[in-house]
Write a new protein. Sequence first.
Length: 429
Amino acid sequence: MVETERYPDKRGGSHGVRAVPGLIVVDRACVTLDTSEVTASWLEIDLSRLEANVAAVRRLVGPAIRVCGVVKADAYGMGALPIARRLAAAGADMLAVYSPEQAAPLVGAVPSPILVPILVMMPVRRIDPDGALAPALRDGRLHLTLHDAAHLDDVEAIGADLGASVPLHLHIDTGMSRMGLNAERVRDVAEAVRATRHIDVAGIYTHFAAAEDDVAFTDSQMTRFEQALDDAANVLPDDLIVHAANTFAVHRNARYHRSMVRVGLGLYGYGPPLMEGPPRVTDAPTVRPIMRWVSALAHVECWPRGASVGYNRTHRLDQDTLLGVVPAGYGDGYALALSNQAVVRIGEGDARFEAPVLGRVNMDQVVVDLSAAKGPVRCGDPVELISNDPEAPNSVEALARMAGSSCYEVLCRLSRVPKKYVEGRGHCA
């Protein structure tokens, strides 16, 4: 059956429709979405799913193990303050950021700052005694990290300037070759810390390099970490927070859990499907993605066979084709590498269909093929650029594979996209 529809033009008339089997087309004309009061695209972030994911991790590790929620890089692009608030309300014992700049909006949030401790993971060499972070450091809500022996003098000076004891975590390098104390010198450093006046050792940790796909190397890192702990046992506090496991290690083996786990990707609903090979914790509760990236068709138009699409003419139409424009592009975080290979999903419910991306991804828009539409397609129809269904062809994991990237990068690219926080609005089906 050939379906046709007439689209009104801007003069109040109508544009003729050419009937093409299986396709609704318009003669070089369309209705363009009035975007004067419309957000071009936005992230829909389900905070109730986030809370459920915290509970899932808690069930996995058990009540005796603390959970640290990682909210660095603006909570992986999803908005650090709203995410941190919900994590704290859901029972996270600690939060982790990379830099003082990332910590400041959390500890200084008005009207209610984040009260759970926040670990800053980069080496901090100075804190302004009159700055926004000073009160949180004085009352123990801000924890710093020690990366090398020379850094110890800087941390002691911070404490002296503030007239307080700095809660400090010793970061042990066991195989990342990035930052951190030499595992064989942990005892020496711990003894040096004991001689200071303004430092309290609150924790000790390492960072796994490849827990998702190299269990042998992860085990070797854990063995080095455990040896360092044993060597320094009688000079470290008994109530030390010991942490090593990231999302992947949490799902690998309880050996990695120690007294706290640091989970970022898993709290946002990603990670476990990417793991390669055994072992895995059996009967682990499922975590579900909390984010969708949604938009609406801004333009719909039929283009003739032979037309080239987009910059550098990387796609040529082999038949008359109805194309749509989605107002999101690489400037928003939709990777250029997805050109000519990704799909978006258009519509809702039974009318939803997949629309391949044609041509190169633009700075602010992508062109998609609407040929698979199950009925008329109009400007304003909903578009899902990224799904919260891990099995969907436009899931974070699927797009990361297409782009030769990672879930971390796909998410962090989206930091500039506006956010809408919802409760319990799943769209997986």
